[in-house]
Design a protein around this ligand. Structure first.
Ligand SMILES: Cc1cc2nc3c(=O)[nH]c(=O)nc-3n(C[C@H](O)[C@H](O)[C@H](O)COP(=O)(O)OP(=O)(O)OC[C@H]3O[C@@H](n4cnc5c(N)ncnc54)[C@H](O)[C@@H]3O)c2cc1C
Length: 338
């Protein structure tokens, strides 16, 4: 029997594992990870679908569009189907507010449900014109990561998938245990592959309760608010090369000040908790095969990591392609045996 090991139980690893099961029925897939569910970065992601070429540098626009459209096809279907309450996908309306005009339309503009530039009059009516001269009204999908990771894990185990909690010290450790390794270890690849192109882009989120806020707001001034089922998530910083997972009080205050100033309707929100996460950033995302050969040993690998700020948005698209690469590696092995 063909055996596949997927390293990583974040959104990229679980999506890849489920995609492989769907593309290659009958293969045995195991997920190996040292952190699962609420220990991963994926659990804290805002989960908004707004993929851009700026956030994912080094990937061609055509490739990014293909990954984004594949994900969108699935997420938008889920958000409007009877599965929405269990997969965690929600149709969500909001505003992107900028001090300076965006250069051209972002990649997602013609993918999401709706996107349009607002007039100065509309920004005045919304009460944001003093701070933001440009605004875009967007309807997209937000993914509740607590629900989605659970749903992916349920799909995986229901299809016969196995999960092992273990830290992998070196990829060669898996030699002889499977036909192909699929490496979805996010920032872990810095150590696993010695990948110096990979670095953390630190984020800090503050969860508050403000059930009267019904629209998400994203700005170009390190302030944003996203909606989840039970809370509103305030962000947004992106600190390069900062590995600390401890909330920084000064950063925290800055996030609160900016969000409450730009969106005064938050006044009265009840504080719930802070969360710090490290986006696995790489230019470009690594989605490719590698064959490590030594005189006696050959290990076939599909790498799928480094999705930075858009890992939720791109996870399904890259997972489908990772599954195709696994299929190619396996069929090359069987034809070379003939
Ligand atoms: C504050 C913040 C907000 C975000 N908001 C959004 C958003 O709105 N929209 C969006 O699209 N994206 C967003 N993201 C980005 C998104 O969260 C990430 O791109 C995505 O979660 C990366 O998923 P992953 O599976 O690659 O990594 P992770 O979730 O980090 O999972 C990595 C997995 O690999 C395992 N692993 C690593 N090394 C080893 C090892 N040696 N042995 C065994 N297992 C190993 C870990 O245990 C873990 O299971 C946000 C990120 C942050 C921090």
């Amino acid at each position: 029997m063909v055996n596949i090991i997927v390293i990583g139980a974040g959104v990229v690893g679980l999506s890849s594992a489920v995609s492989i099961q769907r593309a290659l029925p009958g293969v045995k897939v195991k997920v190996v990870a040292d952190k699962i569910y609420d220990e991963t970065t994926s659990i804290g992601a805002g989960g908004i679908f707004l993929p851009t070429t700026t956030n994912i540098p080094g990937v061609s626009e055509d490739t990014l569009r293909r990954w984004s459209e594949t994900s969108w096809h699935v997420y938008s279907k889920m958000a409007t189907s009877d599965l929405a309450s269990s997969t965690g996908h929600t149709v969500s309306h909001g505003y992107l507010l900028h001090k300076t005009r965006m250069k051209g339309k972002p990649l997602y503009a013609d993918i999401v449900y709706s996107y349009r530039e607002m007039s100065p009059g509309e920004l005045i009516k919304l009460g944001v014109y003093d701070n933001f001269r440009f605004g875009y009204e967007i309807t997209t999908v937000i993914t509740n990561m607590r629900k989605y990771l659970k749903w992916l894990m349920n799909q995986f185990t229901a299809n016969g998938g196995e999960v092992e909690r273990r830290k992998i010290g070196s990829l060669m450790e898996l030699y002889g245990q499977c036909n192909v390794v699929v490496n979805c270890s996010g920032l872990g690849s810095r150590q696993l592959c010695g990948d110096k192109l990979l670095y953390p882009l630190r984020g800090h989120l503050i969860k508050v309760k403000a059930p009267w806020v019904k629209d998400w707001v994203y700005t170009d001034q390190q302030a944003h608010l996203f909606l989840s089922d039970d809370f509103v998530v305030l962000g947004g910083i992106k600190e390069k090369d900062n590995w600390s997972l401890n909330p920084d009080p000064a950063v925290r205050q800055g996030i609160l000040d900016r969000n409450f100033r730009y969106w005064p309707a938050l006044t009265g929100a009840e504080y719930l908790e802070d969360w710090v996460g490290l986006r696995p950033m790489r230019e470009p995302v690594r989605l490719e095969t590698e064959v490590i050969r030594s005189p006696q040993r050959t290990l076939k690998i599909v790498h799928n990591y480094g999705h930075g700020s858009n890992g939720v948005a791109l996870s399904w698209g890259t997972a489908v392609e990772a599954a195709k690469l696994v299929k190619e590696l396996i069929s090359k092995t069987s034809s070379s045996k003939l």
